[in-house]
Design a protein. Structure first.
Length: 229
């Protein structure tokens, strides 16, 4: 089935933002990618208008763990790393400097991109769960890209940001082909998950189930040696 994947490397919209897209099957690049949020939104809308489902990934924490409120002193685990959130064998929680910076930057940029999409396609069906998307119950699937450590690509003729976005898109294509979209590389357990992607979709007026606000976001980590094709 025809599918478009758009992956975004968040950063300063003046200097460090990058996106890359692939049309599947075949992994045909969507133009040359781009360096601003408007282009990413238009790449999504172009596919949606052609009745092609889209998977939109952002390289930023899109869910954060919230400790249970029942246990005494349960608040003491607030801010801890998500399960699987390691880089080079070391825990690098989303709440550390780099992660929290990417979260703040990425959340604003995701909200803007989704708002831009929603303005052109009101009540577009959106989900952060792979099964409804692959079943055709939602046109837009939002996921988190994890590009770091030994999975970070070495750019060749393009910026590091563009290479990261392209590697994330390529990784998603692999996961789709392997039918492993339901397996997330990072999860929020045993804590509850605050789904920032679902919150951003609701902010943008997209049609998303309210119970996704406490659901997981699928996180797909790039592997060593993944490079833009």
């Amino acid at each position: 089935m025809a599918t478009r994947v758009v992956a975004v490397d968040v950063g300063s919209v003046r200097t460090n933002f990058a996106w890359a897209g692939l049309d599947l099957p075949g992994r045909r690049p969507v133009g040359e990618g781009g360096r601003h949020p408007e282009g990413a939104a238009l790449a999504v809308l172009e596919a949606i208008n052609a009745s092609v489902p889209v998977a939109l990934g952002f390289e930023a924490p899109l869910m954060v763990p919230v400790s249970p409120v029942g246990p005494v002193d349960g608040w003491m685990t607030l801010g801890r790393a998500r399960q699987g959130e390691t880089i080079d064998g070391r825990s690098r929680p989303w709440s550390a400097g780099a992660g929290s910076g990417a979260l703040a930057t990425g959340l604003v940029q995701l909200a803007w991109v989704l708002d831009r999409i929603g303005a052109a396609a009101p009540r577009l069906r959106c989900t952060t769960r792979p099964d409804p998307w692959t079943a055709g119950q939602a046109e837009l699937f939002v996921w988190e890209a994890f590009v770091s450590g030994d999975g970070k690509p070495v750019p060749s003729g393009i910026s590091q940001h563009a290479a990261d976005a392209a590697a994330a898109a390529d990784t998603f294509a692999d996961r789709l082909e392997q039918a492993t979209l339901s397996t997330s590389d990072v999860v929020c357990t045993p804590s509850s998950s605050f789904n920032l992607a679902a919150a951003a979709a609701a902010y943008a007026g997209l049609a998303i189930a309210s119970n996704e606000l406490r659901g997981q976001v699928q996180v797909y980590r790039t592997r060593p040696g993944v490079l833009p094709r």
